[in-house]
Write a protein that binds this ligand. Sequence first.
Ligand code: GLN
Length: 276
Amino acid sequence: MLAATEILDRAGVENAKRDAGLILAHVFKDDIGILYREPDRCLSATEKAEFDALVARRASREPLSHLTGHREFWSLDFLVTSDVLDPRPDSETLIEAVLKMRAQGFQPQRILDLGTGSGCLLLALLSEFPDASGIGTDASEPALAVARRNAERLQLANQAGFRLGNWGEGVTERFDLVISNPPYIPSADKSMLQPEVSEFEPHSALFGGEDGLDCYREILAQIHILLQPGGLLVLEVGIEQAPLVGELVVNAGFVAPEYHKDIAGIERCVMARLGK
Ligand code: GLN
């Protein structure tokens, strides 16, 4: 463990000790608690070989979720592969924003998640609204395969459907809630990303053109045939993009955009109602 922590630390991994522990727990096929319940447990030869191989992959900055195949989001366990964006705690801001609307009486029946990836936003929402159903779209068939497996594993497959397409392409019905975490990183910012992101996550889920806002423009060009009048739009945005995306949604006919901050205090979510 000590040696592994040092290897990861030297490779520039941010939370070297935590990641070494999580890799060890994964090799033991258990949760992190195993390291405290059985502090003296030794690795078998096979386990040691597996542990060393995984530490080497993590040292090459492959994300932990790609090694374990899982990532938690909204306290649900999601399968993750290199075909999908890793679910991030920042995105839970969108779920919280919708739940604040629920507290004011909003009860969505039909939810559309544009660019669903792992399905984390749609499935977390459907777990909160058991009477609702929804559709997740994605331009990547391998991503949809991951989303479908997540729906099955979380026993939400009866509420969730998935379709291949660019945003709402081919979707003919209207929804009362549309949610999206589109790619929004400006292309020139690639060099500022951690290697875990820039080298291992799908670029089609990260980059949103020169100013990062291309996908919002594409989504807003389609939104009137996807969202019911009075319906709610909830978008994840990148750093300092909230007022810019707020302006785009107002220009597209939405009223009173609200901004919600993530756990780091960054405005991460733009939420607005479509005018009636
Ligand atoms: N939040 C991600 C990151 O900064 C980007 C996700 C996205 O573009 N939607 O790495």
